[in-house]
Design a protein around this ligand. Structure first.
Ligand code: FAD
Length: 387
C-alpha cells in the first residue's frame, strides 16, 4: 500500500495512525477530519473542561510535533462527502478527492442539531466553548435527556452554581443503558446536590422567552430556562458512505476483524458495528476506550494482521463525587443483582442468558478488576452472585 487515508480526525483515527506507523507502514498517511481543530479528547467537554475552561491545546490528543515526527499529513476542516470504492477515491466538501490504497473509516458519531430554536447541543469543542460562554451568564439550565452526557453536564452546571433541571421520557436517569437501580441511585445523588430530575416526562413544545426558552412539558408544567441543552443521544456518522457499497446499518457493519468486506477498507470506534465473539453478539460501542482499542486493531487488520476484535467494553462517567465505571455490555432486560450499596458506593452485576454480561462499580475501583475478569471468562451469573 502506498497511501492510507484515515477519515475521522479524532480518537479512533489517531489511534489507527499511531498503530500504522508503529507497525512500520512507511507509505503516505493522511488523517482527514471535518473539524478544524487538532484531534482532541471529548470526555472533559462535559466535565473538567466545562467546569474550568475549554482550552483546545490542553484537550489535544497529541501536539503538532507528534504528527510531523510520524510524517502524517493532516487534512483538517474538510468533511468527506463521498466514497468511490471501485476507483478507491474519497471526495471532500471542498471539491478535492484523495485516492487511497487503504482506508480507515473513523467518523464516530454525531448528534441531532438545532432541535428547536434556543436549544444547544454538546458533542464537540465548539459546542463546549459555546455552552461554557452561555453558562457564564445563565442562572437556570434545562437539560433534555438524562443519559450520560446530560447527567454529567447537569452536575457540572450545578457545581457552577446554576439552577438545573433534567427532563427525560425514561423512568430513571441512564436507565436505558444501566437499568433502573443504578438510575435511581444517580437520581438521588443529583437531587441531594439540588438538581431537579423529572423522569417519565417529555417536552411538548419549546418557545422563545425573552433571552431564554420556555419548555412546555408533557406533565403540563411550563419551565423557563436561560440555557436549554438537548442531550438525547448520538448516531453513527455514516452519511458520507451512502451508496458507496460499504455496508451501513446502525453504523458501518464490520466483520469480526473490523474489515468491512470492501477490499482495503476497515472501520473503528463509535462508527463501527461488529460481532464481538466474546459475547456472541453484534455491538456498536460509543465509548472512549473502545475507540482507542479499535483504531489500533483496525490498522493491524488493514496491514494484513487480521484477527477478531474481542473485547470487554469499558466506560466511565463522573458526576459530583460519584465515579461510575462500567465493564461488559449490560442491556435493557438483563438480570441485575446489587452486590454493594451505600450512599457513596454501588456495585451491580448484570446477567444475560445465564452468564455475567456486565457490571457497574461506583466509587468501587477495587471490585472492578475481578468483575471484569469474570466477564472475560463469561462465568455463570448465578455462581457469581451467590459466591
Ligand atoms: P468521534 O470522537 O466522534 O470522532 C469522529 C470524528 O470524525 C469527529 O471529529 C468528526 O468531526 C469527524 N467526522 C465525522 N464525519 C466526518 C466526515 N464525513 N468527514 C471527515 N470527518 C468526519 N466516553 C467514555 O468512555 N467516558 C466518558 O466519560 C465520555 N464522555 C464523553 C463526553 C462527551 C461530551 C462526549 C461527546 C463523548 C464522551 N465519551 C465518553 C465518548 C467518547 O468521547 C467517544 O466514544 C469517542 O470520542 C469516540 O471516538 P471516535 O474517534 O470513534 O469518534
Amino acid at each position: 500500500m502506498k497511501r492510507i487515508v484515515v477519515v475521522g480526525g479524532s480518537l479512533a483515527g489517531v489511534s489507527a495512525v499511531d498503530e500504522l506507523r508503529s507497525r512500520g507502514f512507511d507509505g503516505e498517511l493522511v488523517l482527514a477530519g471535518a473539524e478544524p481543530h487538532l484531534p482532541y479528547t471529548r470526555p472533559p467537554l462535559s466535565k473538567e473542561a466545562l467546569a474550568s475552561g475549554v482550552d483546545a491545546p490542553q484537550l489535544a490528543l497529541r501536539d503538532p510535533r507528534w504528527y510531523a515526527e510520524r510524517d502524517v499529513t493532516l487534512k483538517l476542516g474538510q468533511a468527506a462527502t463521498g466514497l468511490d470504492v471501485r476507483d478507491r477515491l474519497v471526495s471532500f466538501a471542498d471539491g478535492t478527492t484523495l485516492s487511497y490504497d487503504g482506508l480507515v473509516i473513523a467518523t464516530g458519531s454525531a448528534i441531532p442539531r438545532a432541535v428547536a430554536p434556543g436549544t444547544v447541543e454538546l458533542r464537540d469543542l465548539d459546542d463546549a466553548r459555546r455552552l461554557d460562554g452561555l453558562l457564564a451568564t445563565a442562572r437556570t439550565v434545562l437539560v433534555i435527556g438524562a443519559g450520560f452526557i446530560g447527567m454529567e453536564t447537569a452536575a457540572t452546571a450545578r457545581n457552577r452554581g446554576l439552577d438545573v433541571t433534567v427532563v427525560d421520557v425514561a423512568a430513571a436517569p441512564m436507565s436505558r443503558a444501566l437499568g433502573s437501580h443504578v438510575g435511581e441511585w444517580f437520581r438521588a445523588k443529583h437531587e441531594a446536590h439540588g438538581v431537579r430530575i423529572l423522569c417519565s416526562t417529555g417536552v411538548d413544545r419549546f418557545s422563545p422567552n425573552g433571552s431564554g426558552t420556555r419548555a412546555e412539558l408533557s406533565t403540563r408544567e411550563v419551565l423557563s430556562a436561560d440555557v436549554v441543552l438537548v442531550a438525547t443521544g448520538a448516531r453513527a456518522s455514516t452519511g458520507w458512505l451512502a451508496g458507496s457499497g460499504v455496508p451501513v446499518g446502525d453504523g458501518v457493519e464490520c466483520e469480526p476483524t473490523l474489515a468491512t468486506g470492501v477490499p482495503g477498507v476497515v472501520a473503528a470506534g463509535d462508527v463501527a458495528r461488529w460481532h464481538n465473539g466474546l459475547f456472541g453478539e453484534p455491538m456498536r460501542v460509543e465509548h472512549w476506550t473502545n475507540a482507542v482499542e479499535q483504531g489500533g486493531h483496525a490498522a493491524a487488520t488493514l496491514l494484513g494482521d487480521a484477527r477478531p476484535f474481542e473485547s470487554v467494553p469499558y466506560f466511565w462517567t463522573d458526576q459530583f463525587d460519584a465515579k461510575l465505571r462500567c465493564v461488559g455490555r449490560p442491556l435493557p432486560g438483563d438480570d441485575a443483582e446489587v452486590l454493594v450499596e451505600t450512599e457513596s458506593k454501588l456495585v451491580v452485576a448484570y446477567g444475560r442468558e445465564g452468564r455475567i454480561s456486565g457490571a457497574v462499580c461506583v466509587n468501587a475501583a477495587r471490585q472492578l478488576a475481578a468483575l471484569r475478569q469474570a466477564i472475560a471468562e463469561r462465568v455463570p451469573f448465578a455462581g457469581l452472585v451467590h459466591s
